[in-house]
Design a protein around this ligand. Sequence first.
Ligand SMILES: [Zn+2]
Length: 330
Amino acid sequence: MTTEEEKALAKILEDHLDEEELTLIYSSGNETPPPSRSPHHKNRRWRQLNLKIKIFAGILFIGIAAAAGSAYYDLQHQNVEANTTPNTRTANVQKNDSTLPKGTKKAPDTTKVPAVSVTPSPETPTATPRITPTATPAPPVLPKDWNLILVNPWNALPEGFTAELETIENGHSVDVRIANSLERMLADARAQGLSPMICSSYRTMEKQQTLYANKVNEYLSQGYTQENAESEAGKWVAVPGTSEHQTGLAVDLVSSSYQILDQKQEETPEQKWLMENSYKYGFILRYPNDKREITGIYYEPWHYRYVGYRTALEIHEKGLCYEEYLDTLK
Ligand SMILES: [Zn+2]
């Protein structure tokens, strides 16, 4: 160490150590203190060594502290990122969702929380096209007219539908508003020497379910798959909820002399008369033979539906089925 360096060190020492410490240092060793600082400078070699140790220790401390601090900062920074990353990303995703321009397709983001994906936003381009309006059948035409209610394979009864019933012959019930028309029609047919009879009228949902299940089982026993059996049964017995019999506006009329529900029913004098005259009482043959594709039901020369006098007349004159008639109203 040069003299200049020694002087500088002494200066540092005096500037940075307090008087008591200096006294202790200078009085404890055998070193000769610096001439200018007598008597304290007699321990000069020890002081230099001590100073070097202190400086070295200081540098070492600063180095360790810096390294430790850096490591600590890195650790903290990683923790902060780990803790805040999902929230930050979520916030960004939500913000991006609402700020995406229309038509912009979002990149898939696997970190997205469920809340984001279920929150419908009118500006989210993928939200609307997924809901196809064809998934639900169109509402029945003119539902406000009780006699024009449309119930078919594509139009189930409205939820909570109820019918006010009146019991007529043989315990059969129909909508109270058609009871008189039906009774007059049957009475007039009988007045012609015919013997029509009601074999089915208003049905509860439970009754319809039983009939449908029986028909499905009939096809299952013939080896049909469940799906095919249900499909085929639906062409003969309406799927529960889609039967006109549940409205109280439909009846199955047969000849007392031939009570089987098959196509031969059309050959009976009773059916011939009913097909010719039922419109005069507000009834129509609901499932004509040549309209099965439109009605969704096979030919039923026994199922009559009340639609009202004016409507029945128009359907009769134009040779339409009920679905076709409703189309003319649109
Ligand atoms: Zn029927």
